[in-house]
Design a protein around this ligand. Structure first.
Ligand code: NAD
Length: 322
């Protein structure tokens, strides 16, 4: 039997991470966390308890080859003792179902999970990955009543990683030496902050001769198309988002104050307020310490405001669905 009842303690276990939803993203995130040796305990929760048990068993058998970590299939009581709860639970689209109907069903999933978690006294940080991640992070915050700093979305951490990988490849430098952000919605309205992008402190636009300059518009299009392109081939995406989950959890658990473009509630940045979207944020144990306003060109600012409008409209259409 894979399910082992964990500690009965009611206090928060600092090095415990809970993952709600053990599908492709959840299971791969657990694996990424395990291989990084980040948490001492990983608890898996899923509506399909058998599936969570199977994933827990499989992962646990890899532990002797990795770093010591206890992994088990648990319940909301176990999850509520975690420092971080990673939300990856979601439902898939039915044939002919509209995007909004699917979103409506995922809102129900997220609200339901948050209610159960809060009923067990959760007081940690929620990392939302379920799509549309910005809207669902906002709904999770409202439902849970947790401080905004402690309900975040994985946002454009993934898109930014994709952009840096592609720019690095185009320029012939390692991706980590490319400092560039995608901000706004994790979706089609996202904005590449090209005007503040740098390599070795050199503006991206000056880094290479004009005739060797990559086509920036095309790079952004490739970033936006990345998920559907992968899904077309393998049916889902998992490794890159799991790497993002592990990196965000690391920044929080180690109180790194690392800057990552996670999804957070806006409070007047660029004249935008009251809607979750991604901006570079200082991230540590208390969650988001502050969101940073990058210097943007006029066109980028307009793009970001348009992205915020897309998200506002989605939230509004959900209200009218109630
Ligand atoms: P999946 O279908 O493989 O897994 C979803 C899991 O959620 C299933 O195991 C299911 O049983 C579980 N689940 C459903 N309802 C539940 C509930 N009420 N309580 C607990 N568990 C429940 O899907 P996946 O490929 O793992 O993707 C999960 C989500 O992550 C999707 O919304 C997907 O779009 C999103 N995603 C986001 C990013 C990102 O960058 N934010 C990247 C990839 C995928």
């Amino acid at each position: 039997m894979a399910t082992v009842s964990a500690s009965d303690s009611t206090t928060r276990v600092r090095d415990r991470i809970a993952i709600i939803g053990t599908g492709h993203v959840g299971a791969t995130s657990a694996y990424a966390l395990m291989m990084r040796g980040l948490a001492r305990e990983i608890v898996l929760v899923d509506l399909n308890t058998q599936h969570a048990e199977g994933e827990a068993m499989d992962l646990q058998h890899g532990v002797p080859l990795a770093r010591p970590v206890r992994i088990w299939a648990g319940d909301y009581r176990d999850a509520a003792r975690a420092s971080i709860v990673v939300m990856t639970a979601g439902v898939n689209g039915r044939p002919g179902e509209s995007r909004l109907d699917l979103l409506g069903r995922n809102v129900v999933v997220v609200r339901n999970c948050m209610r159960q978690l809060m009923a067990e006294g959760f007081d940690g940080l929620v990392l939302m990955t379920t799509n549309p991640v910005d809207v669902l992070a906002q709904i999770a915050q409202a439902e849970s009543g947790l401080p905004m700093a402690r309900v975040i979305g994985s946002g454009t951490v993934l898109d930014t990683a994709r952009l840096r990988a592609m720019v690095g490849e185009a320029l012939g430098v390692e991706a980590r030496s490319v400092h560039a952000y995608i901000i706004g919605e994790h979706g089609d309205s996202e904005v590449a902050a090209w005007s503040s992008a740098r390599v070795a402190g050199v503006p991206l636009t000056d880094f290479c001769a004009p005739d060797a300059r990559p086509n920036f518009d095309e790079l952004l299009r490739r970033v936006r198309r990345a998920a559907p392109e992968i899904i077309e081939r393998k049916g889902y995406t998992s490794f890159a988002i799991a790497s993002c989950v592990a990196r965000i959890c690391e920044a929080v658990l180690r109180d790194e104050r690392t800057i990552l473009p996670v999804s957070t509630m806006t409070s007047g940045q660029y004249g935008i307020a009251g809607v979750y979207l991604s901006l570079p944020c200082v991230l540590g144990q208390r969650g988001i310490e502050r969101a940073i306003e990058l210097p943007l060109s006029e066109a980028e600012r307009d793009g970001l405001r348009a992205s915020a409008d897309v998200l506002r409209r989605t939230l509004k259409s959900l209200e009218s669905q109630k």
